[in-house]
Ligand binder design. Structure first.
Ligand code: NDP
Ligand code: GDR
Length: 366
């Protein structure tokens, strides 16, 4: 009887472990799971300065006892640390969001990217096995539309062949397949979310959307005069991170493990993103010139607001991403909620608040 009770209790435990808790998705997912009654544990990296700004609002003093949100130091490159944390926490769901997630940076640090983004996944899956938690823990791997890379089929779906175009994409390819393999080999509930680009006001400042909305706001309040970009013609399927973390959760609540595309089904160029973001502050952009000489000029003033800097071009580019999320819609009941224009509006509005604060404080940008 006691055994049965404790088994029943165990099946009611809702304890999530999120790697990459300090990132954009980690923050949205933690908030979402806390709202659904989970105890949430996050792994954060040791840093010489504070790196928890995105989740500080969720923090509660652990001295109060029984708090639902806890963070632990750890790193995807450190197996012993991961095994020990898993042993202590015994999560019922693991969301592996930690990664060196910047595509261009992966060309600069390919080996580190492979270590964290590819072997890191293996370390977590092995930790589950070593601890005998195969039947108690569900595993979510943050896979990516970067797996599709060089266009093989449009729109891209679960059956579209992969052709990654960066060390990041190649590392994530390993992460994808090792997740599939552990599911098939050991009967684990291990699933991939193949997520297309998703953004938000807390997107990292060096990804193109946030770089644009931040620059628009800073130009508007006079902290900057120009935005430097690379390839304006790349096309992406951009959704809102808030909607996508709901999809991650649904993937782990499904009856069966599997691999799911989450996407909006719409694609837009970087150029269109720039135009819409400037339009949010009432500035209309006109494009002049060609190639690296191309500039974005404000119609009303003739001022050049956007210029090309070839440093932002990638050795190999992903030209066109557009996803088909029919499987997630049918099997999980997931659909994106935020239209593209609303996403851009929200991001510009948030960056304007930040830029105005900075301007009021008299600080210059770095
Ligand atoms: P972010 O770059 O915002 O966050 C990445 C997180 O991983 C941060 O918390 C970062 O810590 C942490 N991290 C990086 N390296 C390590 C390491 N070696 N050990 C432990 N933690 C580490 O990414 P997103 O939130 O945007 O994305 C989440 C995941 O989803 C990533 O795996 C990404 O590759 C993937 N993905 C993202 C998409 C998107 O459009 N956002 C689309 C598809 C997939 P720190 O804060 O200290 O840097
Ligand atoms: P991506 O996002 O590579 O799609 O990866 P990013 O915003 O970095 O680039 C999107 C496209 O914009 C072009 N681009 C620029 N990109 C950046 N960062 N900076 C620039 O100045 C610039 N100018 C043009 C890029 O060439 C590219 O074509 C994101 C990450 O979140 C990954 O972790 C995730 O897996 C994928 O999305 C899906």
């Amino acid at each position: 009887m006691a055994v049965k009770d404790s088994a029943a209790q165990d099946s009611k435990r809702r304890v999530a472990l999120i790697t990459g808790i300090t990132g954009q998705d980690g923050a949205y997912l933690a908030e979402y799971l806390l709202g659904r009654g989970y105890t949430v544990h996050g792994i954060k990296r040791r840093s010489s300065s504070f790196n928890t700004a995105r989740v500080d609002h969720l923090y509660q003093d652990p001295h109060a006892g029984n708090v639902p949100f806890l963070m632990h130091y750890g790193d995807m490159t450190d197996s012993t640390n991961l095994i020990r944390l898993m042993q202590q926490i015994r999560p019922t769901e693991i969301y592996n969001l930690a990664a060196q997630s910047h595509v261009q940076v992966s060309f600069e640090s390919p080996e580190y990217t492979a270590n964290a983004d590819a072997i890191g996944v293996l370390r977590l899956l092995e930790a589950i096995r070593i601890l005998g938690m195969e039947k108690q823990t569900r595993f979510y791997q943050a896979s990516t539309s970067e797996l599709y890379g060089l266009v093989q089929e449009v729109p891209q779906k679960e059956t579209t062949p992969f052709y990654p175009r960066s060390p990041y994409g190649v590392a994530k390819l390993y992460g994808y397949w090792i997740t599939v393999n552990y599911r098939e080999a050991y009967g684990m509930f291990a699933s991939n979310g193949i997520l297309f680009n998703h953004e938000s006001p807390i997107r990292g400042e060096t990804f193109v959307t946030r770089k644009i909305t931040r620059a628009v706001a800073r130009i508007e309040v006079g902290l900057e005069t120009k935005l430097y970009l690379g390839n304006l013609d790349a096309k992406r399927d951009w959704g809102h991170a808030r909607d996508y973390v709901e999809g991650m959760h649904k993937i782990l609540q499904a009856d069966e493990p599997g691999d799911f595309v989450l996407a909006t089904g719409e694609t837009r160029s970087v150029r269109e993103f720039v135009e819409l973001a400037f339009a949010e502050v009432g500035r209309s952009i006109e494009w002049r010139g060609k190639g690296v000489e191309e500039v974005g000029v404000e119609k009303a003033t003739g001022n050049t607001l956007v210029q090309i800097d070839p440093v932002y071009f990638r050795p190999t580019e992903v030209d066109l991403l557009i996803g088909d999320a029919s499987k997630a819609r049918a099997k999980l009941g997931w659909a994106p909620k935020t239209p593209f224009a609303q996403l851009v509006k929200e991001m510009v509005a948030s960056d304007l608040v930040e830029a105005r604060q900075e301007a009021a404080n008299g600080k210059r940008g770095v």
